[in-house]
Design a protein around this ligand. Structure first.
Ligand SMILES: Nc1ncnc2c1ncn2[C@@H]1O[C@H](COP(=O)(O)OP(=O)(O)OP(=O)(O)O)[C@@H](O)[C@H]1O
Length: 620
């Protein structure tokens, strides 16, 4: 059966796409204006990574330029001696000192270039490390709510995708731009010294090349710009074909052939565009070279005329030819690197902007230390709206938790239970309203400090690619008894016993000797983690969703016996398990609609009674 035509559809423009658009539209002046700031930022970053290698790179490149100019001027001496009157051996002898200088300049320049290259190559990994460190230090410290803000996410994805590569790339492009400028300045300076009229002649010789370089770079940008969505689609498909998570579904739905077809169609479209680009670029280069040839011919004719008119001696004309050639190559590489620097600079600016934005989202220092413990936690009139959300998740919620109590939050999906518990754990700040531990308003307390006093068994817990031990202790060392007792409470001890290396088993199949757990086994580990923390307030958000009946029963029994004296905040849909809670808050659409113990709420005959009766009837 013939394959149906594929519907590839369109996808939203990526930042890649947007930057190429900016690049394709940017005029040369816009680029030139942006360049100094970019170079300064790039060197700032390099300086942070390694002042020594930065200074070495810049200094050696500068010296290289000076030596180049010196070598060119010494060439005049050689040519003057060679073109003077007299027998050839005498002329060669007379040229020798200048020749030695030219040779020495060439050797020194090579050494300087090698030194500069070495320093620059050393800079690269240091900048990569520094920029990654900067990014991840700041992202791990921003307020949690930032991760619910789509703006922050977009910025983070952009910065993350290119954080390490782009900074070192921009620095190396900036170094190249500066180096080409120095070489160009050296050649122009030499020409000015030889005869001022040679400078406009130089322009004639180098402009066609410069035009071709800029045009061919633009052609590349506009092609890649057009290919943005296709490339993104290809990357996504590549992920689906080669990643672990979708691997099972790709096979279960026998999607391999279909995905490969889509991949191939996108890749072919891309290949065709790239081939067209190669043709256009070749034509442009050809035109540039032809025009450059004409320009050079005009220059040589002009030099000939200057010679005939006696305006410059033959030796000067010879040096001028060399200087013009050297300027041509410096200018071509300058044009190329300026274009790339500008484009990469857009990504680099994204990175810097994101870091600045994230630094603005850090929580400013707070005056008070977290209270040692509490007799009563009171939350009063809390409201909270997620960034970008239209509806508030909490509207005027007040709750109270006393030390040693078990308090339960119940309610239908999306009623605000998790949000409320995260505010109580100091993970989110309420928009209005207060949370107090006894008399201490938590807005006065460092959230990081507060978090050490709370433990959260999260609904969407993380499966850390670490050993079983670290998955429970999270790097805190409280000794073996604490580890074993936390594991026992959660039933994680049985999970670990079955692992080949016990607590030392790595829980990630992607690595050698790594082991995978089932959903329920992971949940036991997550519960053990919460108990191991031994905090004043233990928040259990759906701790049993993936547990089997026996493990669930054991855990709730443990919680019912007040979890060894802890204060427990329990969020669950299993209403049979909250019957023994000291107080139950029933949430609906971000509001507390009922509160009291199980008996009181049943007597109310409201939402709780409804939900409870519904669940209980399933077991009759
Ligand atoms: N990160 C988020 N960004 C934006 N809105 C969110 C986010 N998390 C939750 N919400 C919204 O806030 C509301 C309350 O969600 P919350 O997770 O607190 O509910 P819940 O009662 O815990 O639900 P469930 O029983 O399904 O776990 C919901 O309308 C949800 O869509």
């Amino acid at each position: 059966m013939p394959d149906e035509p594929l519907e590839l559809g369109e996808i939203a423009p990526s930042d890649h796409h947007v930057h190429h658009a900016t690049m394709a539209e940017a005029g040369f002046l816009a680029i030139a204006r942006r360049l100094p700031a970019l170079i300064v930022q790039a060197f700032g970053m390099a300086w942070e990574a390694s002042p020594r290698d930065t200074v070495t790179t810049v200094l050696l490149n500068l010296l290289g330029g000076v030596v180049t100019a010196f070598g060119l001027l010494a060439t005049t001496g050689v040519l003057t001696a060679l073109f003077s009157e007299g027998p050839t051996p005498d002329r060669v002898l007379a040229a020798l000192p200048s020749l030695v200088l030219v040779g020495a300049a060439a050797v020194v320049r090579t050494l300087l270039q090698a030194g500069a290259g070495w320093a620059e190559a050393r800079l690269s990994p240091q900048i990569e490390r520094a920029s990654e460190e900067r990014l991840y230090t700041v992202t791990s410290r921003v307020e949690l709510v930032a991760f619910d803000d789509p703006e922050f996410h977009n910025g983070l994805e952009r910065a993350r995708g290119r954080a390490s590569g782009v900074a070192s790339w921009v620095v190396s492009a900036a170094v190249d731009v500066v180096t080409s400028l120095i070489s160009l300045a050296a050649a122009v300076g030499v020409l000015g010294v030889l005869h001022p009229v040679l400078i406009p002649l130089l322009l004639l010789a180098v402009l066609p090349d410069a035009w071709a370089a800029v045009r061919s770079a633009r052609q590349r940008y506009s092609t890649v710009y057009g290919l943005g969505p296709a490339r993104r689609r290809k990357w996504i498909l590549a992920e689906l074909l080669a990643d672990r998570d979708p691997a099972a579904e790709v096979r279960a739905f026998t999607m391999r052939r279909f995905l490969l077809r889509v991949y191939d169609a996108v890749a072919r479209a891309e290949q065709e565009e790239m081939l067209k680009l190669v043709r256009r670029q070749t034509l442009t280069r050809l035109a540039g070279n032809a025009l450059g040839g004409i320009g050079s011919a005009v220059v040589y004719v002009a030099l000939g005329l200057l010679l005939v008119l006696g305006a410059i001696p033959l030796a000067v004309a010879g040096t001028a030819v060399l200087a013009i050639r050297s300027s041509q190559s410096s200018l071509s590489s300058l044009m190329f690197t300026v274009n790339s620097l500008y484009e990469q600079g857009l990504y680099f600016t994204d990175f810097l902007r994101f870091c600045a934005d994230a630094e603005g989202r850090l929580i400013p220092p707070r005056p008070l230390p977290a209270p040692e413990g509490f007799d009563r936690i009171t939350a009063d009139s809390l409201t909270f709206t997620y960034p970008g959300a239209e509806e508030p998740a909490l509207r005027g919620v007040s709750v109270e938790i006393k030390r040693g109590e078990i308090v339960a939050f119940v309610g239908e999906n999306g009623s605000g239970k998790t949000t409320l518990s995260k505010i109580l754990a100091g993970l989110y700040e309420p928009d209005t309203g207060t949370v107090r531990w006894d008399a201490t308003d938590l807005r006065q307390v460092s959230p990081e400090d507060l978090r050490t006093r709370t433990a959260v068994i999260a609904q969407d817990h993380t499966r850390w690619p670490l050993t079983a031990r670290y998955n429970i202790t999270m790097g805190t060392d409280k000794g073996e008894p604490a580890l074993l007792s936390a594991a026992a409470v959660a039933g994680a001890d049985k999970v670990v016993d079955a692992l080949p290396h016990g607590y030392r088993t790595l829980l990630d199949r992607r690595f050698k000797d790594g082991h995978e757990l089932s959903g329920g086994q992971w949940q036991r580990i997550a519960v053990a983690r919460g108990f191991h923390r031994d905090a004043d307030l233990l928040i259990c958000d759906e701790p049993t969703a993936a547990l089997d009946a026996r493990a669930e029963h054991a855990l709730f029994e443990r919680i019912r016996t007040h979890a060894d004296g802890r204060t427990v905040l329990l969020i669950t849909h299993r209403l049979a398990s909250v019957r023994h809670a000291d107080r139950i808050y029933v949430l609906e659409h971000g509001e507390v609609v009922e509160q009291g113990d199980h008996e009181t709420l049943l007597a109310l005959d409201g939402l709780y009674a409804d939900l409870y009766t519904l669940q209980a009837s399933a077991y009759r």
